[in-house]
Design a protein around this ligand. Structure first.
Ligand SMILES: [Zn+2]
Length: 448
């Protein structure tokens, strides 16, 4: 591409021109190619999936292959014949693209029904690609249904939607339906890496992983982000540059939080929030990143380092940090953060809310996991039953109580227990009260 030429965004410049260039939709491609090679194509297809996973790209490729004059027995469009070239430039008279969001009325669809009756100009088929088809009005859907019920012989309808549940069942039942999946991080990284190599730009793998995690399975989002970051970084694109351009907090801060958790150092909560505010970081954005951090810790702790969607060096850092937590603690924190996220976004003073949440995060180091509580309770119960036959040894059971339940709960228990009664009665009351506290703490998870 010469410097004078208009700049093409990466998503358009690297749009697949052949089925084999499409990332991550193997099952759909195999089915489409089989239909092409067996010459058994349906009249209508529906491509459903999230944004940026390749719905319209696949529809265009399929249209190109259907009308390609030099495809022969093959399954790929030639990209050289007049029909392929015209479709590529968006100038084909036989392939008509309609944006369902802006052409949603009955007149727009009627026009399709009428023109579909005419024979194609040059290609084999008259092909209508209707994007965001779920946006059509009820009347427009009815008109489309009529056409689909008795489709003109040489017309094909390729519908694309992000919300298939909004498409009437009568339309769905007349379409061959494809569910496009989100593109995996590994596939996204591979594609971005190929683009960077083609552009002769030096980019850290870690930065590509960062972009992939941000894009949430959408190739178009990933390519747009890469576009922005390449424009932002003059030299090589490092993970640090990517973080700062994306407004992300440095990874170091999260690893320091893991250390603070392991030492139960509550003062770190205030220091961390101060650092964030001085740097002008958004607390909600930080919290989202924290959730992702804990999610990765959970994966490392439960499924192992190899399950982390990260380059090996970074995965090792997570594995080291994850060892500071028990699996139950990771799960509890993830659950807590997800529950707190909504409250934080609604809070009138996000700084204080964030400090409170981080204090709770660090303090939960001392939280007793339910399974330990249940075990200790069973032991207490057993000792209580044994005490009905003979009074339990007071010193041993006292230790039993103080060990699992923690200082605060023991204090509460003590305040409820009369001091001037015999030791067996005291022990019974103590057990009952602890059981009640535990039941509250376990939120009804206690079976007996
Ligand atoms: Zn061709």
């Amino acid at each position: 591409m010469s410097q004078q030429q208009e700049y093409l965004v990466l998503a358009r410049r690297y749009r697949p021109q052949r089925f084999q260039e499409v990332v991550g939709q193997e099952a759909v491609i195999t089915t489409l190619q089989n239909a092409l090679s067996l010459q058994r194509t349906a009249h209508a297809y529906l491509f459903a999936g999230c944004r940026g996973v390749g719905k319209t790209t696949l529809a265009r490729l399929f249209a190109k292959a259907l009308n390609c004059s030099s495809r022969g027995e093959g399954v790929e469009p030639c990209n050289e014949c007049p029909s392929c070239q015209e479709i590529q430039r968006g100038q084909s008279l036989d392939v008509i693209e309609i944006d369902g969001a802006s052409h949603r009325g009955i007149d727009d669809i009627r026009l399709i029904s009428e023109t579909a009756l005419y024979a194609p100009m040059a290609g084999c088929y008259k092909i209508y690609i209707i994007d965001e088809v779920h946006m059509l009005t009820k009347e427009a859907f009815n008109a489309l249904l009529k056409t689909l019920e008795e489709p003109p012989e040489r017309a094909k309808f390729l519908l694309a939607t992000t919300e298939p549940h909004k498409v009437p069942a009568t339309i769905l039942s007349r379409c061959h339906r494809f569910e496009l999946k989100r593109i995996s991080s590994a596939d996204l990284v591979q594609k971005l890496d190929a683009i960077c190599r083609d552009l002769s730009r030096s980019v850290d793998t870690q930065a590509l992983h960062l972009i992939a995690s941000f894009a949430e399975g959408s190739l178009r989002d990933a390519e747009s982000l890469l576009d922005q970051l390449l424009a932002f970084a003059e030299g090589p694109l490092t993970a640090e540059i990517a973080r700062s351009a994306l407004g992300l907090v440095s990874q170091e801060l999260f690893f320091s939080l893991d250390q603070a958790f392991s030492k139960a150092d509550c003062t770190f909560a205030f220091r961390l929030v101060e650092t964030l505010f001085v740097a002008g970081k958004d607390p909600i954005h930080f919290f989202t990143q924290l959730i992702e951090h804990v999610r990765l810790l959970c994966i490392a702790r439960i499924s192992g380092t190899e399950a982390l969607p990260l380059p090996s060096e970074e995965a090792q850092l997570f594995a080291d940090s994850a060892r500071l937590y028990l699996p139950a603690q990771c799960l509890y924190l993830l659950d807590y953060l997800l529950r707190t996220e909504m409250q934080l976004s609604k809070s009138a003073s996000p700084r204080t809310a964030l400090e409170g949440a981080l204090l709770h995060y660090i303090q939960s180091k001392h939280r007793i996991p339910p399974e330990v509580l249940i075990r200790r309770l069973s032991e207490l119960e057993a000792s209580w039953k044994a005490g009905e036959e003979k009074p339990p040894a007071p010193s041993a059971s006292k230790q039993e109580v103080q060990g699992p339940v923690g200082k605060t709960d023991v204090d509460k228990v003590k305040s409820q227990v009369p001091t001037s009664v015999d030791s067996s009665f005291t022990e019974k009351k103590r057990c009952e009260t602890i059981m009640r506290f535990a039941a509250v703490e376990l939120e009804g998870n206690l079976i007996q």
